[in-house]
Design a protein around this ligand. Structure first.
Ligand code: PEP
Ligand code: MN
Length: 348
């Protein structure tokens, strides 16, 4: 249920409603909007809606009919903007995250970070702990990889996103990264999600390989229910009968999620297609469909990458794509790195 407070409800009235909800056995999650405060009541509580409706300062009490509550638009009408310093995900600007699938060496991370920054990316991506389908594939450099990624991010004024695979890695990765990525294979790792609900850093939650949109939003709910309000959803393609592409990027999930939820949604056309010759088309489509951001694999020498080389773009391809996206975004009232670094004469 969601308790919508009156526009002029006082702090004391809000506190009194929270206290009553707690007494009824609910977890109360206040959300302070531009005009009014709403309080989400979730959990196993039992309470009389009429009793809540007559409390001072209460405007109305609504039932949230969706199985996910805090992730729903009924709970929060305004878009959530996840803010990391000067980077805002979910606002007017489309944020591009780019970098290698895996950190492989200092030189590789540095060269790729320089290239994606020059093209206008705001966030460096790169895995240090890799969830590989085969136990014999490269598993990532671990903490040494995190150090390389952090150093390159700092050198190029980029934020850093990297994957966390298990609960025991959260504290370590939080010390290096700005955004914690939950991979597709872990979308329903509920103990990991529960723990990330207490993390200080935002979480990017990839859609599971065969997850429905409802299951995906329920996974986001685990993180939100733990108190971490900074969740970004990522459509990365789902498994269908089609085998030409690695996955089927579900572009329609973007507007669907934006209708159902206030959380920002980004697209990953790299894992979504598995082929670098198809990444640009799908990135353009995702931005046109309203994605709040993109996460794209770029490698200085993709044909020799230790993971996901076939879907990793060459830096020049990525730069070309960014130029195209800068034309597409304004058509739907968005922007992408309006002032490209290269044009400001920045070089390295
Ligand atoms: C990745 O981002 O490199 C990755 C492993 O992604 P996914 O979890 O979507 O497969
Ligand atoms: Mn990858």
């Amino acid at each position: 249920m969601v308790i919508v407070m009156k526009e002029r409800a006082t702090d004391a009235q809000i506190d009194a409603v929270i206290a009553l909800l707690t007494e009824m056995g609910f977890d109360a999650h206040p959300s302070i909007g531009v005009n009014r405060t709403v309080i989400g009541a979730v959990g196993q509580g039992r309470g009389d809606r009429q009793l809540l409706a007559v409390q001072d300062g209460v405007h109305e009490v609504l039932k949230i009919t969706e199985p996910y509550k805090l992730a729903s638009r009924t709970y929060k009408q305004e878009n959530t903007v996840v803010t990391i310093g000067d980077v805002r995900i979910g606002g007017e600007e489309v944020i591009v995250m780019a970098g290698p699938c895996s950190a492989e060496s200092e030189e590789q991370v540095e060269a790729t970070a320089a290239a994606v920054k020059r093209a206008g990316a705001k966030v460096l991506r790169g895995g240090a702990f890799k969830p590989r389908s085969s136990p014999y594939s490269f598993q990532g450099l671990g903490e040494a990889g995190l150090r390389m990624l952090r150093a390159a991010s700092d050198r190029h004024d980029l934020k850093l996103i990297t994957e966390v695979m298990e609960v025991s890695q959260i504290a370590l990765i939080e010390g290096y990264a700005d955004i914690l990525q939950v991979g597709a294979r872990n979308m329903q790792n509920y103990s990991l999600l529960r723990e990330l609900g207490h993390a200080e850093k935002p979480v990017l939650l990839k859609r599971g390989i065969s997850a429905t949109i409802e299951e995906w939003l329920l996974s986001a709910e685990y993180v939100l229910a733990g108190g971490n309000k900074n969740v970004i959803l990522c459509e990365r393609g789902i498994r269908t009968f089609e085998s030409y592409t690695r996955n089927t990027l579900d572009i329609s999930a973007i507007p669907v999620v934006q209708q159902l939820s206030h959380l920002p949604v980004v697209a990953d056309p790299s894992h979504g297609t598995g082929r670098r010759d198809k990444v640009a088309s799908m990135a353009r489509a995702a931005v046109a469909a309203g994605a709040d951001g993109l996460i794209i694999e770029v490698h200085r020498d993709p044909d020799h990458a230790l993971s996901d080389g076939a879907q990793s773009m060459f830096p020049a391809q990525f730069e070309q794509l960014m130029a195209e996206l800068r034309v597409i975004a304004p058509a739907i009232g968005r922007s992408i790195c309006v002032e490209p670094v290269a044009r400001r004469g920045w070089s390295r």
